[in-house]
Design a binder for this molecule. Structure first.
Ligand code: AMP
Ligand code: GLY
Length: 420
């Protein structure tokens, strides 16, 4: 099979690494890719949010299967364009991708599906939103409705903070994403991410993970795209996972199918777990980054067979071959991230790293210049490892981190602290 992966982050490097191990993969192109991807596959420059350009590229390169990494092309309808052109694609339609692209849409679906989630109101004007906040009291959560690159959620400790967030959002701080605002009850509990494949009819769980969203150790400081993750997440026990499937995920999938927008692809459910009961925080219509890195490390070559079965509507017959293992990924980011940071610093020590099915340095924001790997993004590298225990995975991941020489970068030293 000739396979095309769309995206350029650590998630896509991990997907490419898993796909390359599968003997059914004859040729792999990643567009646009990064310096790490270029070591294992072909990279191609392509505007991945331009559906027409992606279709043309796929046809010209005799692509048999397209895997879409990030949400933006999905929300832009790239999977629809590929399907219309008769190409096999892993990733939901634009209509189904609204589960991530519109928070008020997701809340409405949860209502219709009777899925447990936070109580909420949604508003198109600031006065009504503020009146709701004053009636509910704090803490309370204020969210821009649309895609805001993970920045559109404000956990307000006081009513005044919530009112200021409402003014910011309607004032255009998040562009069109903030033209509508969702205000939610603040949920207590522990968070976990649950990943399932859906083919429009059947649902197959493929693992759980816990992310570390804050930049600082002990989960302090600003929110980021994720500073590290591990899988499985012990808080998501088999019983709680089954409850989440029965009460949240399957009813959501049934509701989407009923509305003529069957969901096909990976669904990432962010769950809040309190007293053994999961409630939905949010859906994402793609793999998490960096959660994908630990899932791919655990699944290996079978990940491609599972994604392929999902795209072909064959999940009913698909099985995950589980190893009783644990994986961890530690994100190395540029100093200053998630604020402003310098680009172009040189990263040393990468050549000597042992890389095999137990440990991989996945690249995110890297490029190669004159034979040297340089940093081009905020999150730059993902030291990813697995082991028989989480401690073993952790020790391997940090041993990789310690071999990298990059004074312009940093990482959190406490990834996995809740589970360890
Ligand atoms: P989201 O972009 O929806 O994932 O929100 C980002 C983060 O905000 C989540 O991962 C949670 O940690 C937190 N969050 C979002 N909504 C709520 C809520 N209703 N209650 C508590 N925490 C929340
Ligand atoms: N790591 C969080 C996300 O991918 O949304």
């Amino acid at each position: 099979m000739n396979i095309l992966i769309l995206g350029s982050g650590g998630r896509e490097h991990a997907l490419a690494w898993a796909v390359m191990q599968n003997p059914k993969c004859d040729r792999l192109i990643v567009a646009p890719g990064n310096a790490g991807v270029a070591m294992i596959a072909e990279c191609a420059a392509l505007d991945i949010e331009d559906g027409g350009a992606v279709v043309t590229f796929a046809e010209e390169n005799s692509i048999d299967f397209v895997i879409v990494g990030p949400e933006a092309p999905l929300a832009a309808g790239v999977a629809d364009r590929l399907r219309d052109a008769g190409l096999l694609v892993f990733g939901p339609s634009a209509e189904a991708a609204r589960l991530e692209a519109s928070k008020s849409f997701t809340k409405e679906i949860c209502d219709a599906a009777n899925a447990p989630t936070a109580a909420y109101g949604h508003f198109t004007d600031a006065d009504a939103a503020k009146a709701y906040v004053r009636a509910q009291g704090a803490p309370i959560v204020v969210k821009a409705d649309g895609l805001a690159a993970g920045k559109g959620v404000i956990i307000a400790e006081t009513v005044a903070e919530a009112e200021a967030a409402i003014d910011d959002m309607f004032g255009g701080a998040f562009g069109v994403a903030g033209a509508e605002v969702v205000i939610e009850e603040f949920m207590q509990g522990e968070e976990a991410s649950f990943f399932v494949l859906c083919d429009g009819t059947d649902v197959l769980p493929i693992g759980s993970a816990q992310d570390h969203k804050r930049v600082g150790e002990g989960d302090t400081g600003l929110n980021t795209g994720g500073m590290g993750a591990y899988s499985p997440a012990p808080v998501l026990t088999d019983a709680i996972a089954q409850t989440a499937l029965d009460q949240i995920i399957k009813p959501t999938m049934a509701e989407m199918a009923k509305r003529g927008a069957p969901y096909k692809g990976v669904l990432y459910a962010g769950l809040m777990i309190e007293n053994g009961q999961p409630r939905l925080v949010e859906y994402n219509v793609r793999f998490g980054d960096p959660e994908c890195q630990v899932l791919m490390m655990r699944l290996g070559a079978q990940a491609m067979d599972l994604m392929h079965a999902c795209a072909e509507g064959r999940l009913a017959e698909a099985r995950v071959n589980w190893a009783d293992d644990h994986a961890m990924t530690v994100v190395l980011a540029a100093n200053g991230y998630p604020g402003s940071y310098e680009k172009g610093s040189v990263i040393g020590g990468l050549d000597a790293l042992p890389e095999d099915s137990f440990q991989m340095m996945f690249h995110a924001g890297t490029t190669e210049q004159d034979g040297k790997i340089t940093a081009t993004g905020g999150r730059v590298l993902n030291a990813t490892a697995r082991g028989a225990t989480l401690q073993e995975a952790r020790d391997r991941a940090y041993a990789m981190v310690d071999q990298v020489t990059w004074p312009e970068g940093f990482c959190r030293r406490d990834i996995g602290w809740r589970a360890l």
